[in-house]
Design a binder for this molecule. Structure first.
Ligand code: NAI
Length: 542
């Protein structure tokens, strides 16, 4: 066997220290890299240009995703410098929607591990297994079972890219330092028989664990995280609906944790509503809100709206009375016998109806939120009925992807002569109505969870509660300029995302300090303090 004289290439194979062609002459001499790299020396900017050229030549976003993940494995600084040069352009490539394709073929695309892969069978040993992670100061873990990924349902171990992508967005959008972030796939089995039969599937070929087993596994996992990585925040992502709700309720008061699908989603919807109400010049407590859909998204948003109205001074009961639900079986009213407890809280007196337009006439909503997954549910009649009752109806067809949206922004603006205030679950193109250009908002969770993560990173709180997500929503909404609001924009511009997230993080950090939850001393200037600890994608000296 050939004996290696010196592990000269170690630094070139270490994504955290590798600079590729940007190693200076001095560094090359000092690190014994002379002759191991092309002689031309590049700046980071030039390297980014080369990366952009490579991306340009790729035939699809999935190929761009694969290329960027390879880059992250080779040179993390260059990877983040590229992403942070234009997050709005790269988020759809490293995350939604492209990541859905990456997940579908994960076992086939697999090249090398990233983060950790735990299974239910490691119960009893989680502490020991977590100790295998080489970095000790882990500040945030994103953990997914792959039980309900985007619109793909249960894809088990093929969901592994999700926590990876979510944490990459912490850094790309809010400059959370990447070295303390740990993505974990928790394999609890999958109900997806086709995947279990796929020869290249990388996970357990087992039916999913029962709720009791999941709870037992996660009890030990959460305790192990607290012991191996003290102060680490656990972000639950893309667990099956009831697992997600149950796990958040189980640990919210016992560990530093949050669930983006529940709390981040509700917060971003609230942010859009706050902006819309700033335009209308009214408060949430003065509105009537109708949800089309009474599933997990509707309940999550409704519950956060109630907390917000309670903050405004309404009683919890009065706040709930301002919210009505309409689902596949019609208006949620007191006589319905098919409601679960979280839906029953929003059941009021009312005449049974299966017609949404009828429900609109009955409940007279000023805000209509679509989380039904039913394309076309917001008909011309529904929207016009609202517009007859309210000068500026607020209409959020949030179902996604695009072919599930309850109506298009074009329709909502056209049916209301441009009066509607609209936000959608996906980014629709600008719309022109009567010579005026409207820019429909996108209720994208990326406005919220990276900022919350940055605030948690800075303040190291003991716990994070739902109200922190109200602070994040208010912080986001307050950054939409008057000129942008005039164009119908309900969210801040995506091109300034880093500055936006730092401002939102500052608001969340203020809240955490005010609540006495921080474990670090409150600085004089919270924003400057947070900004100073953000990650800068530049090469360190040799
Ligand atoms: P879910 O499956 O839990 O709930 C769907 C609900 O729609 C159920 O209550 C069902 O009864 C109702 N429904 C079905 N057909 C209906 C009909 N014809 N009329 C009225 N209601 C009907 O789904 P989940 O998780 O609540 O998500 C719903 C949608 O919201 C998805 O498309 C999701 O992508 C979207 N969403 C968007 C978010 C965003 O924009 N940030 C965040 C979260 C969800």
């Amino acid at each position: 066997m050939t004996e290696r004289i010196r592990p000269v290439t170690d630094i070139l194979n270490d994504p955290l220290r590798n600079k590729g062609t940007a190693f200076t002459e001095d560094e090359r001499r000092k690190l014994h890299l002379e002759g191991l790299l092309p002689s031309g020396i590049d700046t980071l900017d030039k390297q980014i240009d080369r990366v952009l050229g490579h991306l340009e030549s790729k035939p699809s976003d999935l190929e761009r995703y694969i290329y960027l993940m390879g880059l992250c494995d080779r040179n993390e600084t260059l990877f983040y410098a590229t992403l942070m040069s234009d997050p709005a352009r790269f988020v759809p490539i490293v995350y939604d929607p492209t990541i859905a394709d990456a997940c579908l073929s994960y076992g086939h695309l697999y090249r090398r591990p990233r983060g950790m892969y735990l299974t239910r069978h490691m119960k009893g040993r989680f502490r020991k297994v977590l100790s295998n992670w080489p970095i000790k100061d882990v500040r945030a873990i994103c953990v997914s079972s792959g039980g309900r990924i985007l619109g793909l349902g249960d894809i088990g171990a093929n969901g592994a890219p999700i926590p990876i992508g979510k944490l990459q967005l912490y850094t790309a959008c809010a400059a959370v330092p990447p070295d303390g972030l740990l993505p974990i796939h928790m394999d609890i089995g999958t109900s997806n028989a086709a995947l279990r039969a796929d020869a290249l599937y990388t996970g357990l070929r087992e039916e999913p664990a029962s709720s009791d087993e999941i709870d037992a596994v996660m009890d030990e996992f959460v305790a192990a995280v607290q012991s191996v990585f003290p102060g680490c925040c656990i972000h639950f992502e893309d667990w099956k609906g009831d697992d997600a709700i149950r796990l958040l309720a189980r640990y919210q008061d016992k560990a530093l944790c949050f669930n983006d699908d529940i709390q981040g989603t509700a917060s971003v919807a609230l942010a859009g509503l706050i902006t819309a109400l700033q335009i209308v010049g009214s408060t949430l407590g003065e509105q009537r809100i109708l949800f089309a859909g009474a599933g997990s998204a509707a309940i999550g948003i409704a519950d956060l709206l109630v907390e917000t109205m309670v903050q405004e001074g309404l009683s919890r009961q009065a706040a709930r009375e301002r919210i009505a639900l309409f689902d596949i079986n019609g208006l949620v009213e007191k006589r319905r016998r098919d409601l679960n407890p979280s839906q029953a809280r929003y059941a009021h007196d009312g005449a049974p109806t299966r017609e949404l337009a009828d429900a609109v006439r009955q409940t007279k909503p000023s805000i209509l939120i679509g989380v039904s997954t039913v394309h076309g549910l917001f008909t011309e009649q529904v929207v016009k009925t609202m517009a007859k009752m309210h000068e500026r109806p607020i209409i959020f067809p949030l179902s996604n992807p695009t072919d599930k949206a309850e109506c298009t922004p074009q329709q909502a603006y056209a049916w209301t002569q441009g009066k509607a205030l609209v936000a959608c679950g996906v980014q629709f193109p600008d719309v022109e109505v009567d010579g005026k250009t409207f820019h429909p908002g996108q209720a994208n969770n990326f406005y919220i969870f990276p900022a919350v993560a940055l605030a948690i990173y800075a303040t190291r709180p003991k716990r994070i509660d739902d109200t922190a997500f109200i602070a994040a929503a208010r912080g986001t909404a307050d950054q939409v300029s008057a000129a942008d609001r005039d164009k119908g924009m309900l969210y801040p511009q995506q091109k300034n995302i880093l500055a936006t997230e730092i401002t939102t993080a500052t608001r969340v950090a203020e809240y955490i300090f005010d609540q006495g939850q921080a474990t670090v001393e409150r600085p004089e200037d919270i924003r400057a303090w947070i900004e100073a600890m953000t990650y800068k994608p530049v090469y360190a000296g040799a």
